[in-house]
Write a protein that binds this ligand. Structure first.
Ligand code: ASP
Length: 404
């Protein structure tokens, strides 16, 4: 997101609060602007997720060649991502950032809460008709289809280059459309926040500070506990050396809010300071900057709970599992650019039927949330590089001792 857009969103947010507080419930006339913004977000989400995920999976290259390396890397990514979301959900339920305020939702939205049991939810991921999944906007089915398509494209290889190009171009176009829609965000956010503040008063804002706090605490726990343990046990490196070595990349990540933008710095730090061989870093880090988003996953856990609490919705166990699943996949599909996670959050929320209006509140503070989650994303990539590099080293040692 360009800096002046960030400023405009902030301005829309602040103006909405001021006018909402002054004018009161009558500010409801601007609501259609907010509704329009929500419709626009829903309009881009399916083609955006679909195309970017197909490209994300297919761009990993020749599956056989990547073989073991990708299995190790991807399992590590998936494991730490699932842990991150669980920490997010845990912190979200302990700190309850959205509690203490009852914002009503329409009966229709509450009805869409009802989700089937775990077995059915898992079975439902596989679409019997992938096009129906796309048309109905069933996110899990869309993701399943996209991943399989990506794998299929990779397996067939060279012949599918034109098909791959189509998806790549579609993804490019969707990124552009997203950027255009985002330019409307300041007005849309104004249209969503002003009526809410007008109706409920300024007390609706307190929960936002708690969201920032919850994300910061969750990120700290994930960084200090999970990364230290994995780096120490699986990567055989002192956590202190690790954190010291990766610090410059953290600063770049924090100030740019972009894992992709930070990538050159992450590579430099892991190679020079953490002594990860180029062979590993050149595979693990670019892949990580695209699909490994621990911070974004944690953020999605915290925010999904925040929105549920904010609107007084109790999430069932199955819905929480669905959040872990969709947030894992959503973080894979999140591009390493500023604000991408906010868009993907709509997917997580849609999967359990949470009202998308919550996004407007989170968008107002997204810059701060983005700085925190991107930093965790980048540390996660570097930790993966250290772990995979140590595992590969073990493999080499074993091989050479066998041949000796
Ligand atoms: N900005 C994040 C990143 O680049 C992605 C996100 O918005 O969650 O890692």
């Amino acid at each position: 997101m360009k800096n002046n857009l960030v400023f405009q969103i902030f301005l829309g947010f602040v103006t909405a609060i001021i006018l909402g507080a002054i004018i009161g419930p009558d500010i409801k006339v601007v609501q259609p602007l907010g509704d329009l913004f929500l419709r626009l977000i829903k309009f881009i989400i399916v083609p955006l997720v679909f195309s970017s995920l197909v490209v994300g999976v297919a761009s990993t290259g020749n599956l056989k060649e990547l073989g073991q390396l990708s299995v190790k890397t991807v399992s590590y990514y998936l494991l730490t991502t699932a842990i991150a979301i669980s920490i997010g959900l845990f912190i979200g339920s302990v700190l309850s950032p959205g509690k203490g305020l009852e914002i009503s939702v329409s009966p229709q939205e509450i009805e869409s809460q009802e989700t089937p049991g775990i077995v059915d939810t898992m079975l439902n991921i596989v679409p019997t008709n992938p096009l129906a999944g796309l048309i109905e906007g069933n996110m899990l089915q869309i993701i399943f289809f996209a991943i399989f398509l990506g794998i299929g494209i990779t397996m067939v290889g060279e012949k599918t280059k034109p098909l791959y190009n189509v998806f790549e171009q579609l993804a490019e176009v969707m990124y552009k459309i997203t950027a255009v829609v985002m330019r409307f965000a300041p007005i849309g956010i104004f249209g969503l926040i002003a009526p809410t503040v007008g109706e409920y008063g300024l007390s609706v804002l307190l929960p936002l500070l708690k969201v920032i706090l919850a994300l910061a605490i969750g990120s700290l726990i994930h960084t200090i506990v999970v990364f230290s343990i994995t780096v120490k046990t699986l990567g055989k490196m002192s956590p202190l050396t690790f954190f010291r070595g990766i610090m410059p990349a953290c600063l770049v990540a924090f100030s740019t809010s972009s894992s992709s933008g930070t990538l050159p710095m992450t590579i430099k730090c892991t190679e020079e300071n953490l002594k990860v061989p180029r062979k590993i870093s050149s595979f693990v880090l670019p892949l990580g900057a695209t699909i490994n988003m621990n911070g974004t996953a944690l953020y999605q856990g915290v925010c999904a709970l925040f929105v549920a609490q904010f609107f007084g919705i109790d999430l069932t166990f199955t819905q929480q599992i669905t959040i872990v699943l969709t947030a894992t996949l959503a973080s894979i599909g999140t591009a390493g650019v500023p604000s991408a996670g906010l868009i993907m959050l709509t997917m997580v929320m849609t999967s359990v039927g949470l009202p998308l209006e919550g996004i407007a509140f989170l968008a107002g503070i997204d810059r701060i949330l983005d700085m925190i989650r991107t930093t965790v994303n980048v540390i996660g990539d570097a930790a993966a590089a250290v772990v995979v590099s140590s595992k590969e080293r073990d493999l080499q040692t074993n091989k050479s001792s066998l041949t000796a």
